[in-house]
Design a protein around this ligand. Structure first.
Ligand SMILES: [Zn+2]
Length: 220
């Protein structure tokens, strides 16, 4: 979950954590033990006072999905917080328990291959592609389709189709934040911490649908 609104979190990264980013041998399963949490806080720069919270969160996620115990945990630059299912690595830029919880939620659903994971991968690719082609497509449609009614129907259809393509990713992000909230003992803090990241996902993924919709709204 990003802190910077311009950097939506990427959970489908092809990039592995570099060797300097991975804390040697640290896995999600280690966070359920005191020495593991100490190592995590040392690597991520957190205060030891939050170790009971980190440990309790790790236990909650491991109880629900023991498979995530060997997910590698590493430090990434600010804004790069992510779960990379291709490499089974969870990257966080700080020891923030809310961000760790959000990423652990992604990991517990996406570590194993599944149709859901394939669908999500497809959604992310379509959104990425769509954000590149939207403006040229709108300009093309506006110059080549003379009839206003037809033009608006095409643009409104593209708005609907691209919103539909973005939906799985937005649902997954909402689920991860909702689960982080459900496991939090300080729900207000967690909501304040994670809401901007969720909003940035919506903003990023709805660029194409919104642009198509507005272009089809007879503004001229
Ligand atoms: Zn996320």
């Amino acid at each position: 979950m990003p802190t910077d609104l311009n950097l939506p979190e990427i959970i489908l990264q092809n990039k592995s954590l570099t060797s300097s980013e991975v804390t040697p041998g640290l896995t999600f399963g280690d966070l359920a033990s005191n020495p593991g949490v100490t190592k995590f806080l040392k690597a991520l720069g957190g205060n030891q006072s939050i170790s009971p919270e980190i440990k309790s969160l790790a236990l909650k996620y491991l109880e629900k999905n023991p498979n995530i115990k060997d997910v590698e945990v590493g430090k990434v630059p600010k804004g790069g917080d992510s779960f990379n299912w291709a490499t089974s690595q969870l990257g966080v830029s700080s020891s923030d328990p809310d961000v760790l919880s959000h990423e652990a939620s992604h990991a517990s659903r996406l570590k194993e291959e599944s149709l859901y994971r394939d669908l999500l991968g497809m959604s992310k690719r379509v959104v990425g592609l769509n954000n590149l082609v939207t403006i040229p497509a709108i300009l093309g449609i506006r110059s080549f389709v003379g009839d206003l009614g037809t033009r608006d129907t095409i643009l409104k259809t593209l708005a609907g189709v691209s919103a539909l393509a973005a939906a799985p990713n937005l649902v997954e992000e909402t689920r991860a934040t909702a689960e982080a909230l459900s496991h939090s003992d300080d729900k207000l803090r967690t909501a304040i911490r994670l809401a901007p990241g969720l909003a940035s996902h919506f903003a990023h993924d709805m660029v194409a649908p919104t642009a198509y919709y507005l272009a089809g709204s007879n503004l001229d």
